[in-house]
Ligand binder design. Sequence first.
Ligand code: TGC
Ligand code: FAD
Length: 387
Amino acid sequence: MAPGPRALFDLDKLLTDDERTVRDAVRRFATDKVLPRVPDWFERGILPRELATECGAMGLFGMHLQGYGCAGMTAVEYGLACMELEAVDSGLRSLVSVQGSLAMTAIHRFGTEEQKNRWLPKMAAGEVVGCFGLTEPDHGSDPAGMRTRATASDGGWVLNGTKMWITNGGIADVAVVWARTDEGVRGFLVPRDTPGFTVRDVTRKLSLRASVTSELVFEDCRVPAASLLPGATGLRGPLSCLNEARYGILWGVLGAARACFDAAREYALTREQFGRPIAGFQLTQRKLVDMQLELTKGLLLALHLGRLKDSGEITPQQVSMGKLNNVREALAIAREARTILGANGVTLDYPVIRHMNNLESVLTYEGTNEIQTLIVGQELTGLPAYS
Ligand code: TGC
Ligand code: FAD
């Protein structure tokens, strides 16, 4: 391999031929088909619905799930795909995470055969978009306090409450909604056109602008008994889906960090100050070296966790450790890259500040940095420190 940052990684040696093939195919799709359009979407604050159809055609939705039209790939292959998608934009990876790791996983894991056959093949193909409603305006880190309620009535259920910050909400055809019942938290499949279900998109975001984030409101929203996901009772149901999405994120953010590193290195080699390229200054080299060290360590951690996941041995706490480290370091890399670009770093002419702003959301969603810390802290001490 030629000298340069990839030679230092040489991660390729640790991957199988199949893993490299999947990674390269997703990289081509993301780079050739999506990247040229992303800065415009980010600037306008939109995510076109057609992107879901394109991702479906690529087999990206639920790609780690078996059957029902899903690709049945390994955890490492899924992770590598997330990395390539997020190298383009966290919004693209979010679309895929929420559809596959959250909405489809909830149906795949907790649904009836009828629910799986009805929804999963169309979701895998991108014909149907799903969202996952757990967070509420007053209950984010602590979903156990949720107020959305489902009441049994006339052989069905009536939903009342509000979900907030829901990715894909405005483009979703079906929402997986978690609500309090007399038996504890249960999950419901609510089609978008159900009377009493309204959606309002969150605007004025300065992060994840190429992603739809919405509020879901349920007012006496009546759904049939067949909408209930029978396999999940209690908070364990939604929290177990979060493990899947957190796993995708711990790979994905390395893609964003890699894109920032690449942009900063290229800029540093061509930008001249004091008569020579800024890459020739020791302080710039130290930044590049530290960025590369954390990127490499993050990749090794991700790959180790992926191998553990493929062998069925991974724990939720290990996933939290991966999300905690890799998001924190990706954000630090993005911020450092931004400094190397100087004033140019604050514009959308370069991808760095877009990634940096996106990563602020990634630090918060799927369990904040602090919550991941407390999950790992509990594992180390046996003492829960949430309240
Ligand atoms: P706790 O009493 O600890 O647990 C309740 C039940 O759940 C089980 N459990 C888990 N099971 C599987 N995986 C996990 N990660 C689990 N964590 C807990 C637990 O064993 C227990 O089961 P059981 O059978 O004994 O009842 O729950 P707690 O209320 O004390 O909360 C713990 C805490 C704070 C860790 C949890 O609430 C938490 O993770 N909070 C963070 C919330 C969060 O991450 N929300 C994310 C929303 S989705 C999202 O952000 C999507 S963005 C995606 C995108 O756009 O890409
Ligand atoms: P809060 O819980 O109010 O936390 C505020 C601050 O207090 C944080 O720093 C937090 O770490 C800290 N804090 C809270 N509790 C503790 C504690 N015990 N100890 C120490 N510090 C603490 N949710 C969904 O359900 N589905 C989605 O698709 C989805 N998509 C999202 C997309 C975007 C762009 C964003 C920004 C969020 C999304 N979310 C989604 C919501 C996300 O999961 C929540 O924002 C997150 O869980 C944090 O909740 P909160 O924003 O209410 O913050």
